[in-house]
Design a protein around this ligand. Structure first.
Ligand SMILES: [Zn+2]
Length: 354
């Protein structure tokens, strides 16, 4: 499905004023206003990505491409050398058989652009996108934003079933969420591993700590101590902007990003790990500068003195560097926590503590 088709399908459902306002051609009557409360934010202003590598490679094989990409490391700043930060289970570049490295890097640097090879939601799911996001919005309002970070799939079904102001999930919505969660994200162009593969993965209150004034939680153990150390060393202008996120929260973010991306799943996955693939599920967290709001999630954060201090500490790793192999944009705000217990996260019945 292409962008035009996506918009036509959305408009045919008659429920999307947000989109209609932007895309209905002149002279076309707008659909009836939708009174459903929404928390969909306007897309963040796309910031220019930092200048970096621009290799012009004609690698014959994925392996050569990978090696050539690694060679470019000499041009990277300290703290961004992924060879120093190799991790087990990282997906290899062999999964890019038909792409040259420069094409790949072009995509992650222009993450918010549309590319010919991008994959879109299919028709039936496009119709389910808005009602599913709206129901998840209602659950988030009901339980609170902080709790929504932790909530499990079974808990949202419980709340939806028992509270008429949320309303039970339709079977089609359940199937849609299930399909998105279990989809092979490599088809979108996302190459990260599945971190919390059980859709019912649970995060227990006893294993997390709420960070005052942030509305976010961190895992006890390495995540918490790492954050406390960073906060102490960088100063009070540095804050937690997102901590632990369970599969439901990541699904909600991913669907909202897919909506902003006009149904383009590939474009969404260049900005955000698809549900089940986020290291926020097991300990990674995001930091930002106090008062910068959503701008913290743009390359502007890398221009702050807090970021400079952060990167000069010498003990902080960034998960998604500007040459990362996951298929994701550069995220200078996303702090990587080593977590050897990832493999134990697949059972979904108890949390993964670092
Ligand atoms: Zn993050």
């Amino acid at each position: 499905m292409n962008k035009r088709k996506f918009l036509q399908t959305l408009l045919a459902t008659g429920s999307v004023v947000l989109v209609a306002k932007r895309y209905i051609p002149a002279g076309t009557p707008a659909p009836a206003p939708d009174t459903t409360p929404r928390t969909l934010a306007a897309p963040a202003p796309s910031a220019a990505m930092p200048a970096g590598l621009n290799p012009t490679l004609e690698a014959a094989t994925a392996k050569e491409e990978f090696e050539l990409m690694m060679q470019q490391e000499s041009e990277l700043r300290p703290g961004f050398k992924h060879s120093e930060r190799a991790q087990t289970g990282e997906v290899m570049m062999q999964q890019l058989p038909n792409e040259t490295v420069d094409q790949y890097l072009e995509k992650i640097r222009n993450y918010d652009h549309t590319f010919a090879s991008d994959i879109y939601l299919r028709d039936a799911n496009t119709k389910l996108l808005v009602p599913t996001i709206a129901r998840l919005d209602r659950i988030q309002s009901f339980v609170g934003h902080a709790n929504f970070n932790l909530i499990s799939f079974e808990e949202i079904l419980y709340f939806a079933r028992n509270y008429p102001e949320i309303g039970k999930f339709e079977k089609t919505e359940m199937d849609f969420m299930d399909e998105i969660f279990h989809a092979d994200a490599t088809t979108y162009g996302f190459f990260g591993e599945k971190i919390t593969p059980d859709i019912k993965h649970r995060i227990l209150q006893k294993d997390v700590v709420k960070i005052d004034g942030t509305g976010h939680y961190l895992m006890r153990g390495e995540s918490l101590t790492h954050y406390q150390q960073i906060h102490k060393d960088v100063g009070n202008e540095l804050t937690l902007t997102s901590g632990i996120r369970n599969n439901v929260k990541q699904l909600h973010l991913f669907l909202a990003k897919t909506f902003q991306s006009e149904g383009n799943l590939s474009r969404a996955s260049r900005s955000l790990a698809p549900p089940g693939h986020s290291f926020h599920g097991v300990g990674d967290f995001d930091v930002g500068k106090v008062g910068m709001g959503e701008q913290n999630f743009t390359a502007d954060f890398a221009a702050t003195k807090e970021y400079r201090r952060l990167i000069n500490l010498g003990y902080v790793d960034i998960r998604y560097t500007d040459t990362n192999k996951f298929g994701v944009r550069y995220e200078p705000w996303h702090i990587k926590i080593e977590n050897d217990s990832v493999a134990h996260c697949s059972h979904g019945s108890s949390p993964c503590t670092a």
